[in-house]
Design a protein around this ligand. Sequence first.
Ligand code: MG
Length: 407
Amino acid sequence: MSHPPLSAADWLAHENAWLAPYAMRSRMSRGQRHPEDEHPFRSLYQRDRERIVHCTAFRRMTGKTQVLVASVNDHHRTRLTHTLEVTQVARTVARRLRLNEDLTEAIALAHDIGHPPFGHAGEAALNECLKAHGGFDHNLFGLRRVDELEERYPDFPGLNLSFEVRWAFVAHSGRTDAPECGEFRDAGSPLLEAQVVDVVDSIAYDTHDTDDALGLGLINLDELANVEFWNRAADRVRRHTPGLSGHPFRTAVVRELLAWQVTDLLEETSRRIEEANIRSVEDVRSTSSVLVGFSPEVRRLKAVLEQFLRGRVYKHHRVLRMTANGKRILQALFAEYLQSPELLPEKHLRRWAGADAVVGPPPPGWVTANRLPLPGLECVVGDYLAGMTDRYAQHEYRRLFLPSLEL
Ligand code: MG
């Protein structure tokens, strides 16, 4: 028996039948900034998800620091693999809670797209450089990236994502004062799908930063034995799989930590939704309490683990040395481009000085960016630097400051 192929309308019916009443539905979206025809068989959020995966900033996350600069070795997490871990866990959580999995996935895939090179040190460096121009926030840069800077479509700048995926950048940043946040001010509390991504982000980095730090020898199992969360997860592993040691033991404890957090999150979130009597998306938007979260016990255990990671991993001298260099690289590049904008690649120079600044016809990608008002030089340089990978920023630094005649 043959089945008719799935249509967009079938998918909307599926959402209605399958999702919880407090889950966001595609048909309830506030839509896109530039109206487009509906796709014949993909929902709005499915299209968002696919546009994100195909954009340049998404691919560049492969070369961006999570905690450790991307070139340290080939098996610790980068921004991209962190993003994929967050996405996988967030989808599992969304499905279990009957939330909109496509929307959750799109938000998760995009959540770190605005991170500059060199992790939080890179963000701090750019924030200082741009202090007089509103500072730098990776969430708001992520929004600008998908709204303006991606050049893929002839009819509009950016990716033209749905209101809900764009809103998640602003909800995550907490910076409601910035001018670009204006259209989201009356949106209320974040959707459950956005809250899930926010919380799952912490599940992923607490767990994999511990794993990576062990793998790189920044910390050892004896030190972790003094951290209650790790120790109790290790006890569970010893009970259900006795006799493990070394690498298999480590990976089993990491898995246990992950599973424990996810299970706790699901139970506590269901409890809160029930307790707050949440029956619709409107209820989610109008409640002031955070609905997606951990039990008090897991919150406490995570806080102690995070304190340990801050002291022993994020402030480890090997990590600090690396990130201090990253910061210096960005500061030096920023100052140099500001002083000599003619060193900027043509595409970026045009954004600042307009089409007349460069002789010759505009490059094909210019057709969309050209429709936007011209930003100041600091903003153009900040955007250029924030879009770089760790490797490209180092390469650019060498090209500008080391004695070589490389073209
Ligand atoms: Mg993240």
